[in-house]
Design a protein around this ligand. Structure first.
Ligand SMILES: CC(C)(COP(=O)(O)OP(=O)(O)OC[C@H]1O[C@@H](n2cnc3c(N)ncnc32)[C@H](O)[C@@H]1OP(=O)(O)O)[C@@H](O)C(=O)NCCC(=O)NCCS
Length: 224
């Protein structure tokens, strides 16, 4: 399982547009619809990274790779059943996780928010109690870890936020950076957490018992 991580850098408007124009028309239109520069940049780097990862792992050149999406919007690569990937972006980072089975990845910038109110609304009581129990200084980390875990799970399933976030819950081991679903399925998915990455929470959901290879990618190496 490979985790690619890119830190965003600003790109001059004209160059950004040139890169976007190299994408397939539907993708160009989607990214150009973003009003904010930050969203266009994130969308551009996200798609460039996906194309770069597909080239690195499968040798398929950008332009030859055919992407589609399931009914809930999860992107997939056509004609490559044994290749799975998932992208996430937040703040200054874009990540892409790949494996032989379905995966879900989520990164969350841990900015100050009214997390208890959000937890009460979207998490289960078991999870809200987990956040409020123990050291108050740990609460916000626990909240963001759970948020990333939940998103990684619904993204691995491919169903996204059509799955209510309080319809399942997690037991989290913050010290060992692992978690499991409380109501385990027959073949439960596995989870990896990274709770202190430059002020971000990261969660990876995967099916196989494999190590994660983390690869930092320079943004400039993505355009070709
Ligand atoms: C997928 C979803 C959980 C993304 O969460 P987020 O925290 O806002 O965004 P992230 O940065 O973590 O992930 C965004 C990436 O997830 C991927 N993605 C989109 N839909 C996805 C899905 N259903 N499952 C998994 N991944 C998905 C895309 O690659 C997207 O990146 P891109 O826009 O650059 O291509 C959320 O937006 C969602 O549920 N969308 C689906 C909406 C839906 O169900 N629509 C159905 C209409 S009938």
């Amino acid at each position: 399982m490979n985790l690619y991580v890119t830190k965003l850098r600003a790109i001059e408007d004209a160059r950004l547009e040139e890169i976007i124009r190299s994408f397939e028309p539907p993708k160009q239109e989607r990214i150009m619809r973003y009003v904010k520069y930050e969203d266009r940049l994130r969308g551009t780097v996200s798609y460039s990274m996906t194309r770069g990862v597909v080239f690195r792992e499968l040798g398929i050149r950008p332009g030859d790779a055919i992407f589609s999406a399931n009914d809930f919007g999860k992107p997939r690569l056509e004609n490559c059943d044994g290749f799975h990937f998932n992208v996430s972006h937040s703040g200054e980072y874009v990540i892409c996780l790949t494996d032989k089975s379905p995966v879900g990845a989520d990164i969350q910038l841990m900015k100050p928010i009214k997390y208890i109110e959000i937890a009460r609304r979207f998490f289960t009581k078991y999870e809200t109690d987990f956040i409020t129990d123990g050291d108050p200084a740990e609460r916000i980390n626990k909240f963001y870890m759970l948020w990333a875990l939940k998103e990684s799970y619904v993204k691995a399933s491919g169903m996204g936020l059509s799955v209510p976030l309080n319809s399942f819950d997690f037991t989290v081991d913050m010290e060992n950076e692992t978690a499991c679903l409380r109501d385990c399925e027959e073949r439960p998915p596995r989870f990896k957490l990274i709770s202190s990455f430059d002020g971000y929470a990261l969660a990876l959901c995967h099916m196989n018992l494999t190590e994660v290879n983390v690869r930092m990618v320079d943004q400039d190496s993505l355009y070709f």
